[in-house]
Design a binder for this molecule. Structure first.
Ligand SMILES: Cc1ncc(COP(=O)(O)O)c(C=O)c1O
Length: 469
């Protein structure tokens, strides 16, 4: 096993290892193994926000000094994101600042002006953010995965060539469930040979690897890369945004408006109607600069060590089953430090609840907003899906299939992973629960009975509701 010590946290994160209350009355350092969902702020990001706030003002339209300065900072953040996306400075691409990846993909789905006769090729590995927007505007054609949760370039090519050429290939850069990294550049080359543009959902990839330059469009979120202030990006060719109605209509997106006429302005402003999230953009720009300052080699080697420790530990724990390509020790998959797993005889929501309430370990459970992928990885089958569908229609989420996910980031230490392993080993070996846990049939979550500090009835609103994928 690769040695990782607590010193290995690569960068200071705000609130890392804050003590949290457990059922036995002891406060334990919070083991944040839910980085694939959202990350705390990097300290330099929080510092930059603090520094910027006294200068905060409206951007683009104010004549005051603070407006000018805030505009410069907002545009500098856009430049940072442009650089981070590895687009040539003098090239044709624009960065549209949005809220998050979901908004970026919905934005693009609107802007491509597709119709029901258009095909968008996508994959069963995708997060719902890269599945549902395409269902609204086009016909989808699927790249399936194998039982190990992966597909190859050949599988994609078969789908691209299976009938009318798709108007777009929409794919993820990294699975949010298994951490698997598809061969993005190779797939982009194959799509481009056929004249098919590619959107990369880089929500999971962007915090961990340099962005590939092959995709035509890239979408990612600040809150997954240590800037939890509500900004994200859609990057793509200017020509996509130069004509047609913008996604949002309103102030800031126009040059001239009369009662029956509008002249839209140039992108990217054309795509950013309304007052933008200036503070979020400044945080986002700072975070991407900081990732580059830290360096991809350092990030990669830190996360590779954690990934080995995590997967080796999970595979060595009796009763625990890893999903996806790294289920077996001989796998040479070099995915992210993310693992989805099940525990024999324990509901996924109970595992997550006990890890949190008894050990201070924060993970996620459920389907991770990737239902088609998870039901394939779990081998749920048609009958299982029919049962789950019927239960959900009755308002019962407790029967939704699912798994537990642990995911690491820059602030994760070897001790965090070890704490998970120790806790999981005890649970899988049948450690009796100190109090009964009761499942809420509506949310599907488990909650410990009693009134331990932080876990009493009054604390329930702060509990997780993971089942809503
Ligand atoms: C692969 C992937 N795509 C898209 C999203 C959606 O990101 P956001 O919630 O920031 O819009 C996520 C979030 O978990 C994700 O993991």
């Amino acid at each position: 096993m690769t040695a990782v010590t607590s010193e290995a946290a690569v960068a200071p994160l705000v609130g890392a290892h804050t003590p949290v209350p457990c059922l036995d009355g002891v406060e334990r350092p919070y083991r944040d193994l839910d980085c694939a969902a959202s990350t705390p702020a990097l300290q330099p990001v929080a510092d930059r926000v603090g520094e910027f706030l006294p200068w905060y003002s409206s951007v683009h339209r104010g004549a005051g000094y603070k407006s000018r300065r805030a505009t410069a900072d907002y545009e500098a953040a856009r430049d940072s994101v442009h650089r981070f996306a590895r687009r040539p400075a003098a090239g044709d691409d624009v960065v549209v600042l949005v809220r998050n990846t979901t908004e970026a993909i919905n934005h693009l789905a609107y802007r491509l002006r597709l119709g029901p006769d258009d095909v968008v090729a996508t994959t069963v590995v995708e997060h719902h953010a890269n599945l549902l927007p395409w269902a609204r505007v086009a016909t989808r054609r699927w790249v399936e995965c194998g039982t190990d949760g992966t597909f190859g370039t050949d599988d994609v090519v078969k789908v691209l060539d299976d009938g009318r050429p798709p108007a777009l290939l929409a794919m993820t850069g990294a699975s949010n469930v298994t951490g698997w990294l598809p061969p993005v550049e190779e797939i982009c080359a194959a799509a481009h040979e056929r004249g098919i543009p590619v959107l990369l959902d880089a929500a999971q990839l962007a915090p961990h690897r340099p962005l590939p330059t092959g995709p035509d469009f890239v979408a990612f979120s600040g809150h997954k890369l240590y800037a939890p202030f509500g900004a994200g990006a859609l990057v793509g060719p200017r020509r996509t945004f130069e004509t047609g109605d913008p996604f949002l209509a309103g102030g800031g997106a126009v040059d001239l408006v009369d009662l029956d006429e509008v002249i839209w302005t140039e992108p990217p402003e054309r795509e950013e109607a309304g007052s933008p999230n200036v503070v979020g953009a400044v945080a986002f720009g700072t975070a991407v600069d900081e990732l580059e300052r830290i360096g991809w080699e350092r990030i990669r080697s830190h996360e590779a060590a954690l990934s080995s420790r995590l997967h080796d530990g999970l595979r060595a724990t009796e009763g625990v089953h890893v999903l996806g390509p790294r289920a077996h020790a001989d796998s040479d998959d070099e995915g992210l430090a993310v693992a989805a797993f099940t525990v024999d005889g324990m509901h996924h929501a109970l595992v997550a609840a006990r890890l949190s309430a008894e050990f201070g370990v924060g993970v996620r459970h459920g389907c991770f907003c990737a239902h088609p992928y998870l039901i394939r990885l779990l081998g749920v089958g048609r009958a299982g899906m029919a049962r789950a569908r019927a239960a959900v229609r009755r308002g019962e989420r407790g029967g939704i299939p699912g798994a537990v996910r642990a995911s690491c980031g820059l602030g994760t230490t070897g001790e965090d992973v070890d704490a998970l392993m120790e806790a999981l080993g005890a649970l899988a070996a049948g450690l009796p629960a100190p109090v009964p846990y009761v499942q809420d049939p509506v949310t599907g979550d488990f909650w410990p009975e009693g009134d331990a500090r932080g876990w009493g009835e009054a604390d329930r609103p702060a509990g997780a509701v993971c089942a809503r994928g």
